[in-house]
Design a protein around this ligand. Sequence first.
Ligand SMILES: [Zn+2]
Length: 67
Amino acid sequence: MMDQATLQRFPLSDIETAMFEDGGFCILCGEPSDDAVESDARGYRCGVCGKPGVHGAEEILMMDLVD
Ligand SMILES: [Zn+2]
């Protein structure tokens, strides 16, 4: 179980754009995914921090990490 306090938050506009473009974000370092991911992707490896933090846009919305 990840500590919620360490997770990044994302602006709604970024998430909306990502939903149209199959984008994802790393919830650990906040960087966008280089590769397209499914909107319900969870725990993909991040090319920036190397941790399994990349989640799809819809998943980030479900996790309530959107402002
Ligand atoms: Zn990362």
